[in-house]
Design a protein around this ligand. Structure first.
Ligand SMILES: [Zn+2]
Length: 413
């Protein structure tokens, strides 16, 4: 028989969690290590205790809440997400996967279904990068990508380090080595999350099963020419970086459409012009390129194309060129075995699903190289996220959480 969750309980938990908020009426703002975050965590701990879960907190504030199985030494099945938000964010990003995991674990416990593996809810600290401009810091600390040295280098805009903020919030970052994830003790990790795009809504399907998470490469192109009088300089005597930028920006679209992977996206979202005055030929133009794909070759194809086109354009117009790498993360494939289990559970639940990719990065990405990892998406109304209007219908949240419960039980049997 398919498991049934308590949708009303889950929605009331979500509503209560959204009340721990620095900006009531203007979306949810809850940064890690803030007063609101501290109150939200007390609330979560009270829920975990009431559900009879054994709780531990690591040196940066990641929380693990454990339901024992019949074999205490069996590797654990993990599920969770984050509760920190962006500035003026929504109620569902991270929260659905955190409280959905609690609901799933409670459902398994209350069903009385036997399971040999323990199941844990995991709550990640500092996913959004709102404090330090670096995403996934909590899960990176858990898997050992960020050690104490990195935590002392990551600073918020006031210059306070992650190390000091974690300490001030009551954690002991120096203890992190003893809390590191031990992959051999983990059977699987499943993250439930809102889609943050329009694919599921446009198809009218309540649940997505994620196959891969896109990698990202961010570049900045800087073109320097000669700033001059817009009236007195003849067209054939100009070194105008704006015209070159316009040409290259149009080529970004052409390159992305032509990679052949079918999943490449590339965006020029920021452009700066100096001196940015209507009657002066610009001296310098800089623009960003954000390239994403679930296949590495798609990203490389755009980068390689730009590496040929940009110098050719710069030379032909007498401009100086710099291509500055800004950041990079590799595409992440999720575990096909776990995907099959989620798929079988969706069939058992009678829930329509769609196999898809994620354009956004999630905590699950830190686990995928180490342990079998899967993700479940629920739709985002209008595809909107990181804004106060972020919304997912309660029935869809319930379907995602029920599928998660079924999947956790199946993996933990
Ligand atoms: Zn998130």
């Amino acid at each position: 028989m398919a498991l049934e969750i308590n949708a009303r309980r889950l929605m009331s938990h979500l509503e209560e969690l959204s009340s721990f908020n620095r900006t009531p009426g203007e979306g949810v703002t809850r940064f890690s290590y803030s007063a609101e975050d501290g109150e939200a965590r007390k609330y979560l701990l009270s829920l975990f205790n009431a559900a009879g879960l054994g709780v531990s907190v690591d040196g940066v504030g990641n929380i693990r809440a454990r339901l024992e199985g019949s074999r205490p030494d069996a590797p654990v099945v993990l599920s969770g997400s984050h509760i920190d938000t962006v500035l003026h964010g929504g109620e569902y990003d991270g929260a659905v996967g955190t409280l959905g995991a609690l609901e799933a674990v409670q459902t398994v416990a209350e069903s009385g279904a036997p399971h040999s593996h323990p199941i844990e809810v995991i709550v990640f600290a500092e996913e959004e990068g709102s404090n330090f401009g670096s995403t996934l810091s909590g899960s990176k600390a858990l898997v050992g990508k960020y050690g104490v040295d990195e935590m002392k280098k990551l600073k918020n805009p006031e210059g306070k380090t992650m190390y000091d903020m974690a300490r001030d919030a009551g954690y002991d970052p120096d203890s992190m080595p003893s809390h590191l994830l031990r992959p051999e003790l983990v059977k699987a990790m499943i993250e439930l999350h809102i889609e943050q795009s329009v694919v599921l809504e446009s198809k009218g399907i309540p649940v997505g099963i994620v196959q891969a998470v896109a990698g990202i490469k961010a570049l900045e192109i800087r073109l320097k020419g000669v700033s001059n009088h817009a009236g007195a300089t003849p067209m054939n005597l100009r070194q105008d970086p704006m015209v070159a930028a316009a040409h290259l920006i149009a080529q970004v679209e052409t390159l992305a459409k032509g990679t052949g992977t079918g999943s490449t996206v590339a965006t020029v979202g920021r452009i700066q012009c100096f001196p940015n005055v209507s009657n002066i030929i610009p001296g310098e133009v800089r623009f960003s390129i954000d390239i994403r794909d679930t296949v590495r070759s798609g990203i490389e194809s755009v980068v390689d194309g730009m590496a040929v086109l940009a110098p050719a354009t710069a030379v032909s117009r007498g401009l100086a060129l710099e291509i500055v790498p800004v950041s990079e993360s590799a595409p992440v494939a999720l575990d096909s075995g776990v995907l099959s289990v989620i798929e079988a559970c969706a069939k058992k639940q009678g829930t329509p699903y769609h196999r898809m990719n994620s354009g956004a990065v999630h905590d699950a990405c830190m686990f995928a190289p180490l342990v079998p990892t899967g993700m479940i998406f629920v739709p985002s109304r209008g595809g909107r996220s990181h804004v106060p209007e972020e919304h997912t219908a309660p029935e869809e949240i319930a379907k995602g959480a029920a599928l998660l419960a079924e999947t956790l039980l199946e993996l933990a049997r």
